[in-house]
Design a protein around this ligand. Structure first.
Ligand SMILES: *Cc1c(COP(=O)(O)O)cnc(C)c1O
Length: 392
C-alpha cells in the first residue's frame, strides 16, 4: 500500500497532510514526485539550521553509533554539556531539565511553579489569550484559545487568562493565589504577534513587585529565531525560567526548561522525571545546532535576511490592499491578510513555497536561520507572483 493510503487507514486521524515529503537539503524539500519546494515552515520552527546540515547529521550519526540511551539513572557525557551551554545563553546562573517536547517543557514549568508556591498557597498561573503552549491537558488549559479545550472537560484548575500586550489586564488577574505568569515573547500560533516592549518589561516589574515567577515560552521564538538566542532577549528582560523545544534539536525531538537562580533549587530528587529526557543522541543534535549557529554567525544572518524580507514584504503589501500588515521578529514573519489565508497558502504552494496559514488570516514564515539571501529572494519572487495572480 502507498504512504497516503496507509496513513489514512492506520494513523489516528488528527492531521490532514497534503504532500508526501521524502528528502530535504538546506532550505528545500522534495516530494515523492520529485517536485521541490522552498520550505518556509521548517517543520514548524524546527529546522533551525536547514534540512540535513552535514554537521548536524554527522553529530547524530556519531552519537547513535556510540551510545544511544542510558536513562537518567546514569550520567551521560552530552546532557550536562548542553545544559551548560543553554544556561550560558540564558544569561544568568541556572539549571536545565531535559524532556521531549514543548508541551512537556511547559508542563514541567507549571509543576515547578506549583511546588514553589505550595507552602504559601499559591498555584494560579496567568497565561495570555491567543497563546499556545501545547496539547497536554495542562498545556491546553494554559493555552488561551478555547478551540483547543473544547470537549476535554474537566480541565485542570488554577489557570487564568489575560489579554496579551495589555498590562492592566494581567495586573487585574493577579490574586493572592497567583504563582507565575507564562508568556510568549512573540506569539506564534496566535498569529506571529510580538509582545510590545512595555508589556514584557511591565510583566517583569509586576512579577518583581508581587513576588511572582515570570516564565517565557520560548518553544517557537527561541534558539535564535528572533535574532537573539531567546525571544525575551530582544526586549532586554530576564525571566525566571523558560521552555524550549522545536528548533532546539534542529529536527531531532528534544525539549527543555531552564530555570534561573530564584527557582533553580525547587525541584529535588523525586519531583519530576522523563525517561528519554537528556537522551545523548538528542543532546548531541542540540549541541551541534548551537555550534552551527555560533560558528556560522547565524544570528547576524537572521538580522540581515529579516531586514530584507520585512522591507520587501512591506513594499509588496503596500501594493495589495488585502495584505494589511507584515509583522514579526527576526525570521518569524507573519503576512496578515484581511480574509482567511488558506487560499493564499495554496497559491504559494502551487508555486513551490511552503508557508502555512495560522490564526485564520496570517501566512506564517519560519525559514531556517541559515537561509541565503538568494533563497529569500526566490521566496519573495514567488510571493510577489502569487499575489499578482491572486483574486481574494
Ligand atoms: C509548538 C509550541 C508548543 C508545543 O510544543 P510541542 O513540542 O508540540 O509539544 C508550546 N509552545 C509554543 C509557543 C509552541 O509554538
Amino acid at each position: 500500500m502507498d504512504t497516503v493510503t496507509l496513513h489514512k487507514q492506520y494513523m489516528v486521524n488528527t492531521y490532514a497532510p497534503n504532500l508526501v515529503l521524502t528528502r530535504g537539503k538546506g532550505c528545500r524539500v522534495w516530494d515523492a514526485e520529485g517536485r521541490s519546494y522552498l520550505d518556509f515552515l521548517g517543520g514548524i520552527a524546527v529546522i533551525q539550521v536547514g534540512h540535513c546540515h552535514p554537521k548536524l547529521v554527522a553529530a547524530i550519526q556519531k552519537q547513535a553509533a556510540t551510545l544511544m540511551h542510558v536513562s537518567n539513572l546514569y550520567f551521560n557525557e552530552k546532557a550536562p554539556r548542553l545544559a551548560a551551554k543553554l544556561v550560558e545563553k540564558f544569561g544568568v546562573p541556572g539549571r536545565v531539565f531535559f524532556c521531549n517536547s514543548g508541551a512537556e517543557a511547559n508542563e514541567g514549568l507549571i509543576k515547578l511553579a506549583r511546588l514553589w508556591g505550595n507552602a504559601t498557597g499559591r498555584y494560579e498561573i496567568i497565561t495570555m489569550r491567543n497563546s499556545f503552549h501545547g496539547r497536554t491537558l495542562a498545556a491546553i488549559t494554559a493555552t488561551g484559545q478555547t478551540k483547543y479545550q473544547k470537549g476535554f472537560d474537566p480541565l485542570p484548575a488554577g489557570f487564568v487568562h489575560a489579554d496579551y500586550n495589555n498590562l492592566e489586564s494581567v495586573r487585574a488577574a493577579v490574586t493572592e493565589k497567583t504563582a507565575a505568569i507564562l508568556v510568549e515573547a512573540v506569539q506564534g500560533e496566535g498569529g506571529v504577534v510580538p509582545a510590545t516592549p512595555e508589556f514584557l518589561k511591565g510583566l517583569r516589574a509586576l512579577c518583581d513587585e508581587k513576588n511572582l515567577l515570570l516564565f517565557c515560552d520560548e518553544v517557537q521564538c527561541g534558539m535564535g529565531r528572533t535574532g537573539t538566542w531567546f525571544g525575551f532577549q530582544t526586549y532586554g528582560i530576564q525571566p525566571d525560567g523558560c521552555s524550549l523545544a522545536k528548533g532546539l534539536g534542529g529536527g531531532i525531538p528534544i525539549g527543555a526548561f531552564i530555570v534561573g537562580p530564584k527557582v533553580s533549587e525547587v525541584f529535588q530528587p523525586g519531583h519530576h522525571a522523563s525517561t528519554f529526557g537528556g537522551n545523548p543522541v538528542a543532546c548531541a543534535a542540540a549541541l551541534a545546532v548551537i555550534d552551527i549557529i555560533e560558528k556560522e554567525r547565524l544570528l547576524d544572518n537572521v538580522a540581515r535576511v529579516s531586514e530584507l524580507m520585512m522591507n520587501e514584504l512591506r513594499a509588496l503589501a503596500s501594493a495589495f490592499p488585502w495584505i494589511t500588515e507584515v509583522r514579526g521578529k527576526g525570521l518569524m514573519i507573519g503576512l496578515v491578510l484581511n480574509h482567511p489565508a488558506k487560499a493564499f497558502e495554496k497559491a504559494l504552494l502551487a508555486k513551490g513555497l511552503i508557508a502555512i496559514a495560522t490564526a485564520d488570516n496570517v501566512i506564517r514564515m519560519l525559514p531556517p536561520l541559515n537561509i541565503t539571501q538568494g533563497d529569500a529572494r526566490d521566496a519573495l519572487r514567488i510571493i510577489g507572483e502569487a499575489a499578482e495572480q491572486y483574486r481574494p
